[in-house]
Design a protein around this ligand. Structure first.
Ligand SMILES: [Zn+2]
Length: 426
C-alpha cells in the first residue's frame, strides 16, 4: 500500500476519535465576547497534544485588548519536531465562538450527533476544523514517524473580535515569522474541496454631521444634523453605490455578490440617546445637533485604500457644496488590506494535490468576502504562504443549529494529512 493510501486509511480509522474530540471541544463554551474558558480549552488541547509528542506553550496575550484577569486571553502553540530539519507546517484554529442567539433545537454546547452531523456552537466555525487538523497530524505522525521539519498546531483567542488577543499577539511575538513557520493552513469552514487564498480589504469609518440644538417646536432656530446625514445617504445612493457596483475584481471571491466593492451602513445615530425599554416618559423636544454614521467598506485587491477613503470624502464634499450650513467630520476606525496568496505558493500546491487525491477532482479556489486571522499572519508575520482550508459550510457559521458533517471532517483531515506528507517528506 502506498503511503498516501495508508494515511487515508489511518485517518478514516480514527473517525470515532475525531467525533469525540469535536464533541469535547464544543462542550467547552468559549464564548466571545466576553472570552470565557480560554484557559480550560487550552488545558484540554495541551493534554491532548502532549500525548502526541508535541512540545506545548500556553501564552496569555497580556495587555492585548480584551485581556483581563476576569477573562484572560489564553492561546496554545504546540510544536513537534521531525527526525531531520526541514520546513514547518502550522495549523492555526481560533478557539472562540460567537454568542448562541435564538432558534436552537439542539443544545448549543451539547455536541449532539444526529444523521452524520455534530451540532453545537462552533461545530463548523471552527472546532470541527481544529479537531480535523489534530487528528490529521496524529495520524501522519504515526504513519510517517521519520518526517522532516516540524508540525505546529495552535489554538488562538478572539478571532471573532479581531484576533488581537490571539494571532495578532502571537505574530507580534514572532510565532509566525518566516524563519519559524513556512506554511500555514487555517481550518476555517470553507468546504472540504475549496482552497481559500485570502480575503477582501476592509475600511471602517465614522462620519459625523453637525447641527445646532434648539427647541423642537422651532426647528428653524436650530440646524438638524439628521437631515444633513439624510443628504449624505441620498448622495451615496445617487453616486457611490452605483460606482461601487461597477468595480469588479479578478479575485475569486465567493459568494458572487461579493465580487465587487461593497459598502454597508453599519449604524446611524442622531439626536437624543435611545432610552431603556422600561422608560415610560416622552422624548424631550430638541433639534439634533449631531448625527453619526458608521460605514463598513469592503474593498478589492485592485483598489488602493487611499482611493477608497477619498471616494467617501468626495461624497461629503459634493454634499457640502450643495447644502448650506453642512459641516462634517470623518475618521477611520479600522482597516485591513486585502490579501491573496499566489496559486503557485507551495501550501496551495500541496493542498490542491491532496484534494485531487481524496476527491478525484480539482479544488476550487476562493477568496473570502470578510477578513479572518490570515490578515495578521500576512501583515505582522510577513508570511505569504498561507491559506484557509477546512471542513464545514461557511453559511452555517454563527447560525442556530450550527453543525459540521462527520464525513466532511474525515475527508478534510485526510487532505490535511496528505498535505503534511507532501510538505514534510524526509
Ligand atoms: Zn471562524
Amino acid at each position: 500500500m502506498s503511503t498516501s493510501e495508508k494515511l487515508k486509511k489511518e485517518v478514516a480509522a480514527r473517525r470515532d476519535d475525531l467525533i469525540a474530540l469535536t464533541q469535547d471541544l464544543i462542550r467547552i463554551p468559549t464564548l466571545n465576547p466576553p472570552g470565557t474558558n480560554y484557559r480550560e480549552i487550552c488545558d484540554y488541547l495541551d493534554h491532548r497534544l502532549l500525548r502526541a509528542g508535541f512540545h506545548t506553550e500556553l501564552i496569555r496575550a497580556e495587555g492585548a485588548i480584551g485581556d483581563s484577569d476576569a477573562h484572560p486571553r489564553w492561546n496554545i502553540v504546540a510544536r513537534r519536531e521531525g527526525k531531520t530539519p526541514g520546513q514547518c507546517v502550522h495549523f492555526n484554529s481560533h478557539i472562540d465562538v460567537v454568542e448562541v442567539g435564538h432558534g436552537w433545537t439542539t443544545d448549543p454546547f451539547g455536541g449532539e450527533v444526529k444523521d452524520g452531523k455534530i451540532y453545537g456552537r462552533g461545530a463548523c466555525d471552527m472546532k470541527g476544523g481544529l479537531a480535523a487538523s489534530i487528528v490529521a497530524a496524529e495520524a501522519f505522525i504515526d504513519v510517517c514517524p521519520d518526517y522532516a521539519g516540524a508540525i505546529e498546531i495552535s489554538g488562538t483567542a478572539d478571532e471573532e473580535s479581531g484576533g488581537f488577543g490571539g494571532v495578532a499577539y502571537l505574530a507580534e511575538k514572532g510565532y509566525f515569522s518566516p524563519e519559524r513557520v513556512q506554511h500555514v493552513i487555517i481550518p476555517e469552514p470553507l468546504n472540504k474541496d475549496r482552497i481559500c487564498l485570502g480575503h477582501r480589504g476592509v475600511w471602517w469609518a465614522e462620519i459625523e454631521t453637525k447641527g445646532e440644538i434648539a427647541h423642537g417646536s422651532m426647528p428653524f432656530l436650530g440646524d438638524c444634523a439628521v437631515r444633513h446625514m439624510g443628504a449624505v445617504v441620498a448622495e451615496m445612493e445617487e453616486s457611490l453605490f452605483p460606482a461601487l457596483a461597477q468595480k469588479r475584481t479578478d479575485m475569486p471571491v465567493v459568494p458572487e455578490g461579493a465580487k465587487q466593492s461593497t459598502l454597508n451602513i453599519n449604524s446611524i445615530h442622531g439626536g437624543e440617546p435611545e432610552q431603556e425599554e422600561d422608560y415610560t416618559g416622552l422624548p424631550s423636544a430638541c433639534v439634533p445637533d449631531r448625527c453619526r454614521m458608521v460605514i463598513d467598506r469592503r474593498f478589492l485587491i485592485e483598489e488602493d485604500i487611499g482611493e477608497v477613503e477619498q471616494e467617501v470624502r468626495d461624497v461629503l464634499e459634493r454634499v457640502r457644496e450643495a447644502r448650506p450650513g453642512f459641516e462634517y467630520d470623518i475618521h477611520g476606525i479600522h482597516s485591513v488590506e486585502p490579501t491573496m496568496t499566489k496559486r503557485d505558493a507551495p501550501v496551495v500546491g500541496a493542498v490542491a494535490e491532496a484534494v485531487r487525491d481524496v476527491f478525484g477532482r480539482e479544488a476550487d479556489y476562493v477568496v473570502s468576502p470578510g477578513t479572518y486571522d490570515q490578515k495578521h499572519i500576512d501583515r505582522i508575520g510577513r508570511l505569504k504562504n498561507c491559506i484557509a482550508y477546512g471542513p464545514g459550510v461557511l453559511d452555517l457559521a454563527h447560525k442556530p443549529d450550527e453543525y459540521v458533517g462527520i464525513d466532511d471532517m474525515v475527508e478534510s483531515a485526510q487532505v490535511m494529512a496528505l498535505a503534511l506528507q507532501d510538505l514534510l517528506s524526509a
